[in-house]
Design a binder for this molecule. Structure first.
Ligand SMILES: C[S@@+](CC[C@H](N)C(=O)[O-])C[C@H]1O[C@@H](n2cnc3c(N)ncnc32)[C@H](O)[C@@H]1O
Length: 214
């Protein structure tokens, strides 16, 4: 761990947004999942969510650019559990959904705790997930094709959120609580050591100014 690398990790962590996330409902193609995580990393999502009925760990593709190392992914067994988890943490859930009731995605205030729900490649957001979400948002389509690729839709909406959050100054100071920040920094800086300590149930040691284990 060089001091430069340690500074870079801190710079990125300083911009992480614990109250902005995505929920991928049965987005099963590894290249789509990976592309969404890559965008999530770019806008500062701290933890992303996926509903995966098989309960398995989603697989990644090289389109992720390694972003699965920097964005935690929490997998839920079904949409009910995922929505309960997010709403219990104060998130408003916006379903990116091509429905009659959907509002233009730019009308939403993403500076408030926001989760963007994305639907499966073929079927879109399920009726149950749409029913549980707080609102539907749509990216207006002016062409012949009805919908965007799911990872493209995610990028359009997440970068609107980034734009609003930049204007509101939400990237100007660290947003993670100090304990989460400290824990995450250790896991990013020393992933192998962190995994061993976790398995042993031991706490992470502190790091010095230059990122060395004390
Ligand atoms: C390929 S689309 C699914 C199309 C599906 N036939 C449908 O009717 O929803 C995959 C996902 O991308 C998102 N998406 C794609 N285009 C969108 C748009 N114009 N507005 C909002 N979300 C969109 C939605 O979350 C959608 O579930």
């Amino acid at each position: 761990m060089t001091p430069e690398r340690y500074r870079r990790l801190r710079d990125v962590l300083d911009k992480r947004q614990p109250d902005l996330t995505v929920l991928m409902e049965n987005v099963h193609k590894p290249h789509n999942l990976s592309a969404i995580l890559r965008t999530a990393d770019a806008v500062g999502v701290y933890e992303a969510h996926a509903v995966n009925p098989t309960g398995g760990v989603p697989t990644f593709h090289d389109t992720s650019g390694g972003s699965e190392k920097w964005v935690y992914l929490r997998v839920h067994p079904n949409v009910e559990a995922a929505l309960e988890h997010l709403k219990g943490r104060g998130f408003t859930v916006y379903a990116a959904n091509l429905s009659e009731r959907a509002v233009d995605y730019r009308e939403v205030d993403y500076t408030r705790p926001s989760a963007v729900l994305l639907g499966a490649e073929k079927w879109g957001v399920s009726p149950r997930a749409a029913e549980l979400a707080d609102a539907d948002v749509i990216i207006p389509m002016m062409g012949m094709v009805q919908s965007l690729n799911v990872s493209v839709a995610a990028a359009v909406i997440l970068f609107e959120a980034q734009c609003q959050r930049l204007a509101a100054g939400l990237y100007a100071r660290p947003r993670l609580d100090p304990e989460t920040y400290r824990r995450t920094l250790f896991e990013w800086a020393y992933p192998r050591e962190a995994a061993v300590l976790r398995r042993q149930g031991l706490p992470y040691p502190p790091l010095d100014e230059e990122g060395r284990i004390v």
